[in-house]
Design a protein. Structure first.
Length: 274
């Protein structure tokens, strides 16, 4: 099963498109001649990317400034897309951020916002656009999960739990919808070279930010994006880009949590904590 062919009235909706993996996915889809609807909070960045992609690839690019953590803002997205006269045939749920550090010291509002953006928004947007995909008999949904969701992560408890939800949700929908012409793929990268973890504002025991703490596993946002788009196009269920990370995640399945969690706790403990 491959991605739907682009048409003048179809579009790919990409959330978190103003930077990182989201913007790279938008570039790849534009290069495939898909019209785009880009969603993020930073309107200026979205508009700049829209101008760039429209000029380079001759596709239509619309932008929606939206805080996906707010239900009312999310609820206005379908109406805006109707105003554009477009049908969403590809949905990319990429928007997100991470919290880090001991959960008992966490800012509760920030933790709940993380759940709303990483979990609730994915569920809502998928439910908004999947029915029409099923009715048309074609579509693709790419949900950005993480290898952090493949095991509990001390000091990143909320983030790893949210990504575990996205991973399980995507795998179940992949099976449900495969007979309806709709592909659902989870992209689960390990460390990616973006400002994601710097924004989270914490370091591991080694004193390095998370994405640089494990040698040989860091990949570029372009690498992650290409793996996700190609995986979706090939109808894959889960994509883990980078051979070292794939091997590591496969091996970790055979290590009991009783052994794995203490090691992860020591590794993930924020720099300076005892």
């Amino acid at each position: 099963m491959s991605l739907p062919k682009p048409t003048p009235s179809s579009a790919a909706l990409v959330t978190g498109a103003s930077a990182g993996i989201g913007s790279e996915i938008a570039k790849l889809l534009a290069a495939r001649r898909h019209n785009l609807v880009l969603v993020a909070r930073r309107k200026e960045r979205l508009d700049a990317l829209a101008d760039e992609l429209g000029e380079e690839h001759g596709v239509r690019v619309e932008t929606i400034a939206c805080d996906l953590g707010k239900a009312a803002a999310r609820g206005r997205i379908p109406g805006r897309i109707d105003e554009f006269g477009l049908d969403v045939e590809i949905l990319v749920n990429n928007a997100g951020f991470a919290t880090g550090g001991p959960f008992y010291e966490a800012d509760l509002d920030r933790e709940l916002e993380q759940v709303r953006v990483l979990v609730e928004a994915v569920v809502v947007l998928t439910r908004m656009f999947a029915p029409a995909m099923v009715e048309r008999g074609r579509g693709g949904i790419l949900n950005i999960a993480s290898t952090a969701g493949m095991q509990p992560m001390p000091y990143s408890a909320g983030y790893s739990a949210a990504k575990a939800y996205v991973l399980t949700f995507s795998e179940a929908l992949h099976q449900e919808m495969r007979g309806h012409g709709v592909t659902v793929t989870a992209l689960a990268p390990g460390p990616v070279e973006t400002d994601f973890w710097q924004i989270a504002g914490w370091e591991t025991t080694s004193g390095k930010s998370f994405e640089r703490a494990v040698p040989g596993t860091l990949i570029s946002s372009e690498h992650a994006a290409r793996a996700g788009v190609e995986g979706l196009d090939h109808g894959e269920r889960v994509v883990v880009p980078g051979l070292p990370m794939r091997v590591g995640m496969l091996a970790s399945r055979y290590i009991p949590h009783a052994l794995k969690l203490p090691a992860l706790e020591r590794f993930m403990r924020p720099s300076g904590d005892k």
